[in-house]
Write a protein that binds this ligand. Sequence first.
Ligand code: FES
Length: 207
Amino acid sequence: VIEERCKSCGKCAEVCPYNAITVEVKKKMPAVVNSAACAGCGTCAAECPFDAIVMNHFTDQQIMGQVEALLEKEPDIKILAFACNWCSYAGADSAGIARLSYPTNVRLIRTMCSGRVDEKFIWKAFEAGAPVVLISGCHFGDCHYIDANRSTTRRMDGLWDGLEKAGIRPDRLLLEWCSAAEGARWQTIMYEAEKKRQSVSKEEIEK
Ligand code: FES
């Protein structure tokens, strides 16, 4: 916790699936993370409106750096996909192991949980010219961090609204659930995403 940034709003504590964060909201004390109870999903870091929580090894800077690097050249031909470590990323691996082909223009960013995907990563991706952004995680009930993917869904609802208001087609932001055993599903999701990418015009990307 970066104490000087923390405004004691308590959002991090609300979303933590492990009750690992304490915030004395009335006393305006900065959040305190019990590292023994924390499992490392990163949902608190994504949720904090003040960037006052840093997730080790998956910092904002590291993830933003990946978004920028992956979209540096020819962003219009790419699909940027965030995949959680335990299900979706493993689902992509399963597709590979089963030799299932899927579009080669998919660029993956691994996070421990879909709950780690901060709104600002998505805005950055669209700003950098991504036609389509996909967030994928475990099915409900399967999230490695109890129900952290419920926070993902709630955040996505806000994002779809925000995109619409900003004049960006909300359907350019995709949300899919895929388990580690669903290589064929991953393949289908990728082809659907590619179909969507092809439906996005250059004018829309540059808007
Ligand atoms: Fe996959 Fe949470 S670990 S969505």
